[in-house]
Ligand binder design. Structure first.
Ligand code: APR
Ligand code: PHB
Length: 397
C-alpha cells in the first residue's frame, strides 16, 4: 500500500491534518487503533478557540458546530465567594470561544473525510514505524487479521500521548511538570447551571462548572490525584460542588450522575517534534493541564503548520517550512503551556502553600479581576493566540 502521508491516529490532529491535505490535493491514509464507535463515543471537553472555529468553518466542517455549539463571550472567576465576569468578547474586540464537545468535532471530521473518499483504517493493531530517516518511510500494522505495510513520503504521528511515534525521535527532550492536583469530573443529567463557565478557587479546592447539552452537564472538583472514585458518592460530589461554587442567590442544580472519574494532570512538551520524515502533532508531542482548555486547539494549530509545510514540499519542492515545523509549532505550544500552567496554579488550592503563598495566590486573583490589562491578557490567551506564521512568512509561504 502507498500514500503521500501516512497518519497514525484519528483524533483531532490526525483527522484535521488529513482534511487539510485533501483540500490541497494531497493524499493521506489514517491508521487508528480504536473503532469508529469508540473514537466518536469518547466524551471529551470541547472549548474551541476562535481560530479553531474559524478553521472548521473555513474548511467546510463547521455547519453542525455553528448549529449545535454554544458561543461564549466570557467566563466567570470566583474566589472569596464572589464571582467576577471576564468579558473576553469586549477585551479581544469581538473574539469568543465555542463550547462544542470534542467527540462531536471528531464525528464531523470523520464524516467529512469518509464522504470525500478518505481512507481511515479503524481497529488496526501492532503499528510500527520504519525507515523514517529515508525518503520512503513505512508504517507496518495489522488489520482484519492481515499484516500490512504502508509506504509513505511522510509520516504524521498523531497518536496521542501513549502512541508509538514520539518514541521514534532520538535524543528528544521531554519537558514535564506533574501537578499535585486531580480533577474529579462528572457528567450529570441536569439543566445548564450557568450561561458561562465558572472557575472557582475555593478554600476547599478548585471547582469548574461547565456544560455539554441542554440536558447533560460537565462539572469538576479538585481532588487528590491519588484518590479513588469509589470514595466519592454522588451525594458527596454534589455537596462538595455546591460548597465550592454556590453564592448568595445562586444554587447549583443537581441530578443523576451518569459518569464520574478522577484524572491527574501534567504539563509535557517533547522537543523536537520531528525526525527525518516523521512529524508528530497534538498530544503525541505535548500535554497541557485542562484548566486552560488548550489540548484540542493546540492539535489544530500544530497540523495547520504541518499541512502547510507538506503542501510547500509537494508544490514547490522546498522543505524550508518542514525544516522549521518544530520551531514554529513549539513557539505557540510553549505560550499555551505557560497560560495553562498559570491558570492551573492561580485557580487550584495548593494545600502545601504557606499562608504567605496563599495570600499571593488570592492577591493574583484580586489583581487579575481588577486590571483591564490583566483581564485582556487572560482573554487573548483563552480565546487563542494567533498562529506563529512570522517565520513562515519569512520563508515566503
Ligand atoms: N496506533 C493507531 N492509533 C493510535 C495508536 C496506535 N498505536 N495509539 C493511539 N492511537 C489513536 C488513539 O486511539 C486516538 O484516537 O490516536 C488518536 C490520538 O488522538 P488524541 O489522543 O485525541 O490526540 P490528538 O489528536 O492530538 O488530540 C488532542 O484530544 O485527547 C484529547 O485532551 C486531548 O484535547 C486533546 C486532543
Ligand atoms: C469541559 O467542559 O470539560 C472543560 C471546560 C473548560 C475547561 C476544561 C474542561 O477549562
Amino acid at each position: 500500500m502507498k500514500t503521500q502521508v501516512g497518519i497514525i491516529g484519528a483524533g483531532p490532529a490526525g483527522l484535521m491534518l488529513s482534511h487539510l491535505l485533501h483540500l490541497e490535493g494531497i493524499e493521506s491514509v489514517i491508521l487508528e487503533n480504536r473503532s469508529r464507535e469508540e473514537i466518536e463515543g469518547t466524551i471529551r471537553a470541547g472549548v474551541l478557540e476562535q481560530g479553531t472555529v474559524d478553521l472548521l468553518n473555513a474548511t467546510g466542517v463547521g455547519e453542525r458546530m455553528m448549529r449545535e455549539g454554544h458561543i461564549h463571550h466570557g467566563i466567570e472567576l470566583q474566589y472569596n465567594g464572589i464571582r467576577h465576569r471576564v468579558n473576553m468578547y469586549e477585551l479581544t474586540e469581538g473574539k469568543s470561544v465555542m463550547v462544542y464537545p470534542q467527540h462531536e468535532v471528531i464525528k464531523d471530521l470523520v464524516a467529512e473525510r469518509l464522504g470525500a473518499g478518505g481512507k481511515i483504517y479503524f481497529s488496526v493493531s501492532d503499528v510500527s514505524l520504519h525507515d523514517i530517516e529515508t525518503d520512503s518511510p513505512k508504517i507496518r500494522f495489522k488489520h482484519d487479521g492481515g499484516e500490512e505495510e504502508l509506504v509513505c513520503d511522510f509520516i504524521a504521528g498523531c497518536d496521542g500521548f501513549h502512541g508509538p511515534s514520539r518514541k521514534m525521535i532520538p535524543n528528544r527532550t521531554e519537558n514535564q511538570k506533574i501537578y499535585p492536583f486531580g480533577w474529579l469530573g462528572i457528567l450529570a443529567k441536569t439543566p445548564i447551571a450557568n450561561p458561562e463557565l465558572i472557575y472557582s478557587n475555593h478554600e476547599r479546592g478548585f471547582a469548574l462548572i461547565s456544560q455539554r447539552t441542554p440536558e447533560i452537564q460537565r462539572h469538576y472538583i479538585q481532588v487528590d490525584p491519588n484518590d479513588d472514585i469509589a470514595n466519592w458518592s454522588d451525594d458527596r460530589i454534589w455537596t462538595e460542588l455546591k460548597e465550592r461554587v454556590e453564592t448568595d442567590g445562586w444554587t447549583l442544580p443537581d441530578g443523576p450522575i451518569i459518569q464520574k472519574n478522577i484524572v491527574s494532570m501534567r504539563s509535557f512538551v517533547c522537543e523536537p517534534m520531528q525526525h527525518g520524515r516523521l512529524f508528530i502533532a497534538g498530544d503525541a508531542a505535548h500535554i497541557v493541564p485542562p484548566t486552560g482548555a488548550k489540548g484540542l486547539n493546540l492539535a489544530m494549530s500544530d497540523v495547520q503548520v504541518l499541512s502547510k509545510g507538506i503542501e510547500m514540499f509537494f508544490k514547490s519542492g522546498s522543505d524550508d517550512l518542514l525544516e522549521s515545523y518544530s520551531e514554529i509549532a513549539l513557539r505557540r505550544i510553549w505560550k499555551a503551556q505557560r497560560f495553562s500552567w498559570w491558570m492551573t496554579t492561580m485557580l487550584h488550592r495548593d494545600f502545601s502553600h504557606t499562608s504567605f503563598e496563599r495570600g499571593i495566590q488570592i492577591s493574583e486573583l484580586d489583581y487579575v479581576t481588577s486590571s483591564r490589562a490583566a483581564l485582556t491578557s487572560l482573554s487573548e490567551n483563552y480565546v487563542g493566540l494567533p498562529l506563529e506564521w512570522e517565520r513562515a512568512k519569512a520563508l515566503q509561504v
